[in-house]
Design a protein. Sequence first.
Length: 255
Amino acid sequence: MSDAVLFDARDDGIAVITLNRPEIRNCLAAEVRAGLAAAWDRFERDPALRIAILTGAGDQAFCAGGDLKEMVETGMRVPPRDMFALPYDTIELSKPTIAAVNGIAYAGGWMIAQACDLCVASTTARFAITEVKVGRSAPWAAPLIHMIPQRVMMEILLTGKPITARRAYDIGLVNRVAEPAELLTTAIELAREVLAGAPLSVRAARETVMLSTEMGRSAALRSARHAAEYCYYSEDAQEGPRAFAEKRSPRWQGR
């Protein structure tokens, strides 16, 4: 993995992935795209890692979006389907992710933050879908309708104007807001709250949320019941109630 994306595999099961090109505001240049794809693959394949935090180096930008210079040099029209390693779109991850947005998250920066399961933002963070400002488009924003109200989404896409971290929190895009110095700590605290749950239960919960965004009520219920069976038949499903009855912390095995 190149130094364009840093990977910290912590002993507590948390992977911290850092876009590491602050001099270009961590934009999605080719080396950053390749590094991010490798990082997601490493995270998915390592059974010791159960949750990932994605952030950006420096205090100015989480990610400023696509590399406009590259688009000019290559005459890029429609971006290749596999150009970005994007959870729930071009890659599949079975484990949860948190975006820790430390500065601007514009265009592609919003895209990769949106693709994470949870989002923590610095008070100095700004979010914008700026494609209308540069004559591009944002088809990747379509799932945003499941996160924020339609008229709010319409204004964000039509104007390209940034919103603050507090506004992002108010509309439901962001889970928690922290002071800049506390951003990573807050993201790690949230990750640990997720890690406290049984691994198979967390996986089933994540699948239930996504099934609910894809299907109608009855179909989602049927699919969620099916997705939950592996969890119900696991050893952890017996350990949880047993630990509760014995007034001790559960010892999860993930099986």
